[in-house]
Write a protein that binds this ligand. Structure first.
Ligand SMILES: [Zn+2]
Length: 463
């Protein structure tokens, strides 16, 4: 099976679960860092691994314009291209078309728009947006939708919702007809491709047992590629963090990252495909949100997103719209709230039953010197930190807080050093990821209500 979602614990409406995707597992609730053009700005992939990032978001609009879908497809998909062997989600490009590009024209067929890079003219329809997402090859892809602007009157929100529903149907039909075209299985451009040419690759065995004793090299390879035992968390964690793998004799080896990339095509079971999620719209009208949710579910997807929020509406309204849609999304499918939020807000959304979120806030704020800490927000350029020897956040275990002082970080920022952006981003991501880890632990321990009561009330405006 290509994609599956399993709920492991619930506490109130909050759920802790696990997504199974072709490129690995993702523990939920999850915050997905945004890697717009195939990079989380300023942070190398090995650092993202060390932070424990399990899934990234890439923007189809940006990768479509540069370097182009065909380039990424020929290089084996976006995971290989960016040397990231964990799951990736791509949006459909709809949001960027509506927020970034000029001179867009929306018709039933699709959206024509001008590139924000060079003014060139382009066209996205549900069909060619899904074609782009298949070519990029993320594990989870999104239906092409119209992100209804805020404010929008009821007639406008309803018409927009109806078109998103028609586009969802077209997205699904195109996906079902073309899902086999995902580029995961093409290794020919890899320097390691010879290892896996048909002449040298042994026939696949089905589901070898972990730790099976074997003397031959090929048997050992099969053991290394066998499914991880979910109950063995320590081995799992070590493998996640370091890229090490345990050999059949119990010793550890580190596979060079480029070789790891090259081996993916042989790790993914032939026939596996991406998962296409539907998107709920409906503006700021609870009954439209409900109707959009019900009718998107009728079309049928393995996961559902709530879109068109965090686009300028008051935060209380965001909560209201999430509440309006949530009861009408199936409990056994993942629910993804797009484009939110602050650390306090993402905890509240989990309390409403959200499983997945993404936002540029931690990374964008970091580049502007705004840091999220257990003691509240901190603006690093503030003169009061000039001689502050303490860490950014005394409660944070990240590599930045473990090493550098506020004084040094302030100096880097004031000097406009590149390293300031890197270190600030690493800390903010660590803070978000740690928040989600604690949320997940609290849900599994049945202590989420208590955890929530300790979280300072979410601010009703974006900082
Ligand atoms: Zn930190």
């Amino acid at each position: 099976m290509s994609f599956r979602f399993q709920i492991e614990a619930t506490d109130g409406l909050a759920r802790a679960g696990r997504l199974y995707t072709p490129h690995g597992e993702v523990e939920t609730p999850v915050f997905m860092p945004v890697g717009t053009v195939g990079t989380v700005k300023g942070v190398p992939q090995h650092t993202l691994e060390e932070l424990g990032v399990q899934i990234l978001l890439n923007n189809t609009y940006h990768l479509y314009l540069r370097p182009g879908v065909e380039t990424v497809r020929q290089l084996g998909g976006v995971q290989k291209f960016m040397a990231w062997d964990r799951p990736i989600l791509t949006d459909s490009g709809g949001f960027q078309v509506f927020s970034l590009s000029d001179l867009r024209k929306v018709t039933e067929e699709g959206v024509s728009f001008r590139s924000h890079l060079d003014g060139s003219l382009h066209f996205f329809s549900p069909e060619n947006a899904i074609a782009a997402e298949i070519g990029l090859g993320a594990d989870i892809i999104m239906a092409f939708d119209e992100c209804t602007e805020y404010p929008a009157d009821r007639a406008r929100a309803q018409a927009s919702m109806e078109m998103t529903l028609r586009w969802a149907q077209r997205s699904k039909e195109y996906f079902e007809a073309h899902k086999e075209e995902v580029p995961w299985f093409e290794d020919r451009h890899s320097p390691f491709a010879m290892r896996h040419s048909p002449e040298t690759t042994p026939p696949r065995q089905t589901k070898p047992e972990w730790g099976a004793q074997g003397s031959g090299v090929e048997e050992e390879k099969q053991v290394l590629r066998s499914p991880r035992r979910p109950q063995d968390d320590n081995i799992d964690l070590r493998m996640e963090l370091s890229g090490e793998e345990r050999m059949a004799n119990g010793e550890w080896r580190t596979t060079p990252p480029r070789q790891r990339m090259a081996e993916w095509g042989t790790r993914i079971e032939p026939g596996q495909t991406q998962a296409l999620f539907g998107i709920v719209q409906g503006g700021t009208y609870p009954d439209l949100r409900r109707e959009s949710a019900e009718r998107t579910v009728e079309i049928g997807f393995p996961g559902y997103a709530i879109g068109g929020l965090s686009v300028g509406e008051p935060r209380a309204m965001t909560y209201e719209m999430v509440n309006a849609a949530m009861p009408h999304l199936p409990a056994d499918k993942p629910r993804y709230l797009m484009g939110v939020g602050t650390p306090e807000e993402i905890v509240q959304y989990v309390a409403q039953g959200v499983d997945m979120m993404d936002c540029v806030l931690p990374t964008r704020a970091a580049r502007h010197g705004l840091l999220f800490t257990s003691e509240g927000r901190l603006t690093i350029k503030n003169a009061r930190y000039a001689k502050d020897e303490g860490p950014l956040d005394p409660s944070c275990n990240c590599c930045v807080c473990g090493r550098y002082s506020r004084a040094y970080l302030r100096h880097l920022y004031a000097s406009n050093e590149l390293l300031a952006q890197v270190l600030n981003t690493v800390h903010n991501l660590a803070y978000y990821l740690d928040t989600m880890r604690r949320v997940r632990q609290a849900i599994k321990a049945g202590e989420f209500a208590h955890f929530l009561s300790d979280v300072r009330p979410p601010q009703l405006s974006v900082p």
